[in-house]
Design a protein around this ligand. Structure first.
Ligand code: ZN
Ligand code: ZN
Length: 372
């Protein structure tokens, strides 16, 4: 059984204060205690106390604790008085306990609910309670504006007054040269001409050398003291409820830690000459007509043809407003359809993503890429 502390109550009828918990009738007016809330003198609900601080209260000895018990009083429905858990009939009016349903805590809860309801009723008409619609309207307007801007940005913009002023093509063949390189490595590639070998450091291995002692600071939680709260038993007594409080303690420990040393590992490195095909020059053909053709390079004995690249472009200008001409690159088959003097429609999203050649309604006809 938990240790008990004597509680006190105030008489709600005559206002007599600090009546001991083991007294069931007000010594001043003689009424049986009914609608009361028990308390401990000098203690506020929830306060945490150290062991030595508990001595300021009246702690019940074993005999007294057993006599009073720790079960809540029951609440007589007929005369509103509180009776000990040990009593079967109301000491005030003689009604039986079976005819009453509530105990001290039920009654306390009901009273608090009644007080809360009364408070709510009093404050129901406060102007503060009426929520303004203003913030909601502002949010709605902002959302609408964002949606509109996004829709507009995502919309199409078709330029219809464009005239082709130039077309051009360019085709390039990169010429590679077979050249000799002097290289080295851990193996000899196929076709290489070895010129020598050397023993060299290939890598380092970590090898355990010894252990050293290292002091390490660690922490642990150790018991420091108990904290005690006093809980209402609802019968004129309070019980002591203790929980341990821990503190962080630091200590040092000696640990063995391995120390490694770096040991070089040697291997044979090969030095060699090797012939490789390497990009060396470009041969380019270009024109401003539709007669695109590959150049025919003249190759030296140590040369061959490498990568081929090609690019097809056209330039447009606005016929109505003055602006700089714009040049686009596109696939050869689409480019073949475009002639100087053609009127074109070019459509792009307002977000500035890829433009394309379109009909006047903005339907895509050919992919293009603007040349910077
Ligand atoms: Zn009284
Ligand atoms: Zn009664």
């Amino acid at each position: 059984m938990a240790k008990l502390v004597m509680g006190y109550w105030d008489c709600p009828v005559c206002g007599n204060k600090e009546i001991r918990g083991d007294v069931t009738n007000c010594p001043s007016c003689g009424r049986a205690r009914g609608d009361v809330k028990f308390y401990v003198k000098g203690y506020s609900e929830g306060d945490s106390l150290r062991e030595e601080e508990l001595n300021q209260f009246e702690r019940l000895d074993k005999k007294k604790a057993e006599e009073m018990g720790s079960n809540p009083d029951w609440y007589c429905s007929f005369c509103n008085s509180l009776n000990s858990d040990k009593a079967d009939v109301c000491s005030n009016c003689g009604a039986t306990r079976a005819d009453s349903e509530a105990n001290y805590f039920d009654r306390l809860k009901k009273k608090q609910e009644e007080e809360a309801a009364e408070y709510a009723a009093q404050h129901a008409n406060d102007p503060k309670q009426k929520r303004s619609l203003k913030p909601l309207i502002i949010i709605a307007v902002i959302v609408l504006a964002l949606v509109s801007v996004f829709a507009w940005m995502n919309g199409n913009k078709t330029a219809g007054d464009l005239k082709v002023t130039d077309i051009s093509w360019i085709r390039n063949i990169n010429i590679e040269e077979n050249r000799m390189f002097s290289e080295s490595g851990w193996s000899l590639p196929a076709g290489a001409e070895q010129t020598g070998t050397k023993r060299e450091i290939h890598h380092y291995d970590s090898v355990l050398d010894h252990y050293e002692n290292v002091k390490v600071r660690r922490s642990r939680q150790v018991f420091d003291h108990n904290e005690t709260t006093l809980e209402d038993n609802g019968n004129g007594t309070f019980r002591e409820v203790s929980r341990p409080v821990y503190k962080t303690e630091y200590y040092t420990e000696t640990e063995k830690r391995p120390v490694y040393r770096q040991v070089p590992r040697y291997a044979t490195k090969y030095y060699y000459n090797i012939w490789r095909w390497t990009p060396s020059r470009d041969v380019t053909a270009s024109g401003t007509d539709h007669e695109a053709a590959w150049p025919v390079p003249e190759l030296a004995e140590n040369e061959r043809e490498g990568a081929r690249t090609e690019d097809y472009r056209f330039t447009v200008e606005h016929t109505e407003k003055k602006s700089d001409p714009t040049t686009y690159s596109l696939a050869e088959s689409d480019w073949m359809q475009i002639n100087v003097g053609d009127q074109l429609f070019i459509t792009s999203k307002r977000t500035g993503s890829n433009p394309y050649i379109s009909d006047e309604k903005g339907n895509k006809l050919a992919e293009i890429r603007q040349v910077k």
